[in-house]
Design a protein around this ligand. Structure first.
Ligand code: COI
Length: 360
């Protein structure tokens, strides 16, 4: 499908539309997270040192060889981003350049070829145009966008692959978390180590978290708070989201030191809070400090921040066998305010002093 002009391989996708849209089968009033897929996906192949055959095709199975190294050694990365449609029918992308940059940081760490902007950003916009009817506009809904890439060499041996696939599919979604969360600090397992892959959005980080997460679920927790792998004393992130605490009127979040994902929502929260003159601290946070703040009556709020999770309030935190019940989330001030401010901005209903929004 590629069209060659001399040595130049065009990166604009060719479009191969679906015969019959599945749109009419979707209940947009009742959208689960990550189970409904839009009609089309964008696919590109990396071979002979270049990206080629960029195409938009019906969402569906892809044929792969059993030896592909992504399946054996986990040379695979992904991103999570969202598009929004407001009541007026306008469509917006939120900070897509940040996801593009982070994707290429992850690809660099996992020894994969960088993806050009013409495929990641311009290709995504083409995909959004083709599937614009799939972008929901009811309250608390959006179009979740999942760009991902993986090694496709049919070869059993440990070395970076020579061939890759890049795909973007999209899902109309409702909230990732429907309830305030009960979380537990992970004391038996760790997610990341200094100089490891903690800040890369690579598949293996998430696979390694599944057993600890499953065990925590069996104990009645919704999520884990990961502690640093070296001392198991400092709070890092939560796997599906970054973490924020309101301690005695100050918004506090862990600094990123290579083991924590540079969350786009995390950065947006920090910038918004600073813009509004709130007290914000980005620093080491010790698990014990959270316990002390709680028992001193100073731990006012805790919440997660992520693309999928948005702003997710935390109701209780458990550590060393003790459960700390936070003030009722219905009384929280900071998390709902941030949620509403971000939501209004993403829908084009509030000023965008940062230039985060792009109308499609
Ligand atoms: C996202 O927030 O987009 C993520 O990638 C988290 C994922 C585990 C749903």
């Amino acid at each position: 499908m590629e069209y060659l002009c001399g040595n130049f391989i065009a990166l604009k996708p060719t479009i191969h539309p679906i015969d019959k849209s599945r749109l009419s089968t979707v209940d947009f009033n009742n959208l689960p997270f990550g189970k409904v897929f839009s009609d089309h996906m964008l696919v590109a192949d990396y071979e002979d040192g270049q990206w080629k055959t960029v195409r938009i095709v019906p969402y569906g199975p892809i044929e792969l060889m059993p030896a592909i190294s992504a399946l054996h050694y986990g040379q695979a990365i992904f991103e999570g981003m969202k598009a929004y449609k407001n009541a007026e029918g306008e469509i917006f992308l939120f900070r897509s350049q940040e996801n593009f940059k982070r994707y290429n940081l992850s690809s660099d760490r996992m020894c994969m070829p960088a993806i050009p902007k013409e495929i990641f950003i311009d290709g995504l916009k083409e995909l959004l145009k083709v599937d614009s009817d799939w972008i929901p506009n009811l309250e608390n809904t959006s179009l979740y966008i999942r760009p991902f890439g993986f090694a496709t060499d049919d070869y059993v041996g440990i070395r970076p692959s020579d061939s890759y696939k890049f795909i973007i599919f999209t899902c109309p979604v409702g909230p990732y978390y429907n309830q305030p969360l009960h979380v537990k600090m992970s004391e038996d397992f760790t997610r990341a180590f200094p100089n490891g892959t903690g800040e890369a959005k690579c598949a293996g980080n998430y696979a390694a978290a599944m057993l600890p997460q499953k065990l925590a679920k069996e104990q009645g927790f919704d999520q884990l708070i990961w502690l640093d792998g070296k001392t198991m004393s400092k709070i890092e992130e939560s796997g599906t989201m970054n973490l924020f605490f309101v301690i005695d009127g100050t918004l506090v979040t862990p600094q990123t030191t290579g083991t924590i994902l540079h969350g786009v929502t995390r950065d947006s929260v920090i910038q918004l809070a600073k813009h509004h003159g709130w007290k914000v601290e980005v620093r080491d946070i010790y698990a014990q400090e959270i316990v002390d703040a709680h028992f001193a009556g100073l731990l006012e709020e805790a919440f997660g921040a992520g693309t999928a999770a948005t702003i997710a309030p935390i109701q209780s935190i458990s550590y060393q066998g003790k459960r700390m019940e936070l003030p009722p989330v219905e009384e929280a001030k900071v998390a709902p305010l941030l949620y509403n401010m971000l939501n209004d901005l993403k829908l084009g209903h509030a000023p965008d002093p940062f230039g985060w929004l792009e109308k499609i």
